[in-house]
Design a protein around this ligand. Structure first.
Ligand SMILES: CC(C)(COP(=O)(O)OP(=O)(O)OC[C@H]1O[C@@H](n2cnc3c(N)ncnc32)[C@H](O)[C@@H]1OP(=O)(O)O)[C@@H](O)C(=O)NCCC(=O)NCCS
Length: 198
């Protein structure tokens, strides 16, 4: 299903060299998991207990994770996943992602690069659309700048452990990768993204 994993050196405007890699969840080493956990706790201390248990920056286990290093140290990450979404009974393939950049490494263009790579990978694997949620106005601007549209349709998911149904309360954006998909999503009564919020 997936194309070759991505690996590149990204040079920021300031000339900082960053090594970017998209890794399968099962290829992430224990020491990388520890480092990712520390970064997640640093950035979102309110979820420290969850991260200590899960060791990943997500409510559900990521299928793949971006690992961004500067001189060997992990300074940014993000999940990437692909799953079936149900739009009024019709199945579509969606890709979703999350982004996290260490405070000292923000505003260097790392998240922008990862966002572009997420769009590229999702398109290559044949997803119908990319899905993102946010409460961060910086991310709103980044998404709007890349032809993501705010979705008005109600989005549902269910919790991985309890199966409880939830409505997504964050702002949801979609970027269509196949013509007509955005219209289909915007005019639907409901989008059900299955297990877990992205
Ligand atoms: C949001 C976040 C991912 C942005 O990462 P980043 O690597 O700093 O983003 P970039 O350097 O690619 O900047 C993208 C754009 O946002 C702007 N920007 C970044 N941080 C900003 C800030 N704190 N205030 C205002 N603008 C900001 C940049 O100037 C850039 O604008 P441009 O494209 O017009 O030049 C990062 O701040 C972060 O991890 N925050 C905490 C976790 C989080 O909120 N994650 C997103 C969850 S949806």
């Amino acid at each position: 299903m997936y194309t070759d994993l991505v690996r590149e050196t990204f040079v920021s405007k300031e000339g900082m060299k960053l090594d970017i890699e998209l890794k399968d969840a099962d290829a992430i080493s224990e020491s990388e998991k520890e480092e990712l956990m520390e970064l997640s706790i640093k950035m979102f201390p309110e979820y420290a207990d969850l991260y200590r248990v899960n060791k990943y920056f997500s409510a559900i286990e990521p299928q793949k994770s971006w690992i961004v290093r500067h001189e060997g140290k992990i300074v940014a990450t993000g999940k990437f996943l692909t799953k079936k979404a149900v739009v009024d009974g019709e199945e579509l393939q969606m890709s979703g992602f999350g982004l996290l950049v260490d405070t000292e490494y923000q505003k260097l263009g790392i998240a922008s690069r990862l966002l572009d790579l997420n769009i590229k990978v999702a398109s290559e694997i044949g997803s119908d659309f990319i899905y993102a949620t946010t409460e961060n106005v910086v991310v709103d601007a980044m998404l709007r700048g890349r032809e993501f549209a705010l979705l008005d349709t109600k989005v549902k998911y269910h919790m991985p452990d309890t199966d409880e149904q939830k409505n997504e309360s964050k702002r949801v954006y979609v970027h269509e990768l196949k013509s007509g998909v955005l219209d289909r999503l915007q005019t639907a009564n409901e989008l059900n993204i299955g297990v877990g919020a992205v």
